[in-house]
Design a protein around this ligand. Sequence first.
Ligand SMILES: Nc1ncnc2c1ncn2[C@@H]1O[C@H](COP(=O)(O)OP(=O)(O)OP(=O)(O)O)[C@@H](O)[C@H]1O
Ligand SMILES: [Mg+2]
Length: 174
Amino acid sequence: MALSFDHWRFIGGFTLYSFAARSAAETIRLGEALGSLLQPGDLIALDGDLGAGKTCLAGGIGRGLQVKERVKSPSFTLVNEYQGQLPLYHMDVYRLDNPSEVNDLGFDEYFYGAGAVLVEWAQKILDFLPEQRLDIIIDKQQDDENARDIKLIPHGSRYEHLVRELIAHVHAGD
Ligand SMILES: Nc1ncnc2c1ncn2[C@@H]1O[C@H](COP(=O)(O)OP(=O)(O)OP(=O)(O)O)[C@@H](O)[C@H]1O
Ligand SMILES: [Mg+2]
């Protein structure tokens, strides 16, 4: 079965859109579709347990943005920069000791810059993230080690629009 949009529901004043990915390849496909829709200044906050598939999704986003290199985990460098149809800034804040370090690291320049930004373990720096963003939470499924529930929560009209476009893409199978 192919990647599918599963359902949506209201949660705490926000709308949550849930996708079912049954393999890493399907997670990559969702990332590719999302990457192809990104615009300058877009910010995606990625969360999920160790090994949930955050970097896997980021790899798909890189492909969708036509980044030639393979997008890898930036754990040791904190930020990797790529050039695709837009600049892509890929951060992983797992190893950040103190959230306020994002100020010293100049993350604001990325957050409000001309590229698209992905942040892995974004909840760690929640207070420092722009309010307008797309939250993505990846959950492993108990019954199948290759299945993931990928939840998207848009904050702001730009991201509501983006998610609706994404659903249309996934429906169309591209
Ligand atoms: N449906 C799926 N989606 C994503 N990854 C999957 C899926 N099924 C299996 N996997 C596997 O799970 C692993 C996910 O690893 P990945 O590095 O993307 O996780 P992560 O969330 O970035 O972890 P970390 O917190 O360590 O950075 C990969 O080995 C991938 O092949
Ligand atoms: Mg990762």
